[in-house]
Design a protein around this ligand. Structure first.
Ligand SMILES: C[S@@+](CC[C@H](N)C(=O)[O-])C[C@H]1O[C@@H](n2cnc3c(N)ncnc32)[C@H](O)[C@@H]1O
Length: 289
């Protein structure tokens, strides 16, 4: 069977789950991984036969895809903010909106007068806290951008923290990971920056979430544990009083349906803004104490 024939078979097998554009994109990603060819080489190999060992590897992947498993979990890795990260069933697969959150934080922090850097060395060590770190993408990307920063990352899932630690090792990022139930345990220390993408899907929205997400990604990463979808945000706003320094900044990814309500929690800050993602949805809070 040629690669072109296999591609037609692959797309047909996945037609219930993926539109042709998405299955085409997936096919390229998987072939790059299995055949170790880049996209141009792949396009040039469409009429060559698929070697048996590659065929059986692709078949195995295809079977897992048919079960609805996200391809990032099948490959065990994903791309985020220009870096590779390990992912598994214990962590949320990092989303493009969270890349935007990191981009926003990096841009605002680099602009902030008191933290201006010269030759990548800061006038003082920044203390950053990430709440609900999952695979660790946020603190690791920030550590790459702010090597002098002292970064703490907490998560209630021990298994997620294991994956986050592997990612930190992979990127030689020194992060202080803490196993903690943020909603029920107090914070220690004061921070210049608090950043978080906490679970923000309300119980009333369960029906709107795709089956593949619900079946394969950790429930604890997705859903608010109570009927209050803002529970993490309320605690972050309250904690800011004692655990965020004056002029400290909060960066949050939020539920697009609760923009105004989430912003209102930060109205005692010196400045608080609701920002949109690239799709135009209310997605981030940027607040300066
Ligand atoms: C939406 S995920 C975000 C993961 C990662 N920061 C990202 O953006 O890809 C939320 C994370 O919060 C963690 N979490 C849920 N409840 C928690 C709690 N009570 N205390 C600390 N972390 C919690 C979950 O385990 C999960 O890793």
């Amino acid at each position: 069977m040629t690669l072109a024939e296999y591609k037609a078979y692959f797309q047909d097998q996945l037609s219930q789950l993926y539109c042709p554009t998405d299955s085409d994109r997936l096919f390229l990603i998987l072939c790059e991984e299995v055949l170790k060819l880049n996209r141009i080489e792949l396009r040039n190999s469409l009429h060559a036969d698929v070697p048996e060992e590659h065929r059986s590897e692709l078949d195995k992947i295809l079977n897992q895809l048919k079960s609805g498993r996200p391809y990032q979990q099948i490959l065990g890795k994903t791309h985020f903010f220009g870096l590779h990260f390990l992912v598994d069933e214990n962590v949320l697969i990092p989303r493009p909106e969270t890349e935007e959150l990191v981009e926003l934080a990096v841009a605002k922090m680099k602009k902030s007068g008191s933290w201006k850097m010269e030759d990548r060395s800061y006038s003082r060590n920044l203390k950053i806290l990430d709440i609900g770190t999952g695979s660790g993408v946020i603190p690791i990307c920030l550590k790459k951008q702010f090597p002098q920063a002292e970064i703490t990352a907490i998560d209630y899932s021990e298994k997620a923290l294991e994956t986050a630690k592997k990612n930190a090792n992979l990127h030689s990022a020194d992060i202080n990971f803490i196993h903690q139930d943020y909603l029920n345990q107090g914070l220690t220390g004061t921070f210049d920056v608090i950043i978080s993408n906490p679970p923000y899907i309300g119980m009333d929205e369960v029906g709107e979430i795709g089956d593949s997400v619900k079946e394969f990604e950790p429930e604890m990463a997705l859903f608010s544990p109570t009927s209050d979808a803002l529970i993490f945000y309320r605690k972050i706003a309250a904690d800011a009083e004692h655990h965020l320094k004056e002029n400290g900044i909060v960066f949050l990814e939020i539920n697009q349906k609760l923009g105004k309500e989430t912003l209102a929690l930060f109205n005692n800050f010196h400045r608080a803004e609701l920002l949109q993602d690239l799709s135009g949805n209310d997605r981030f809070i940027y607040a300066v104490k």
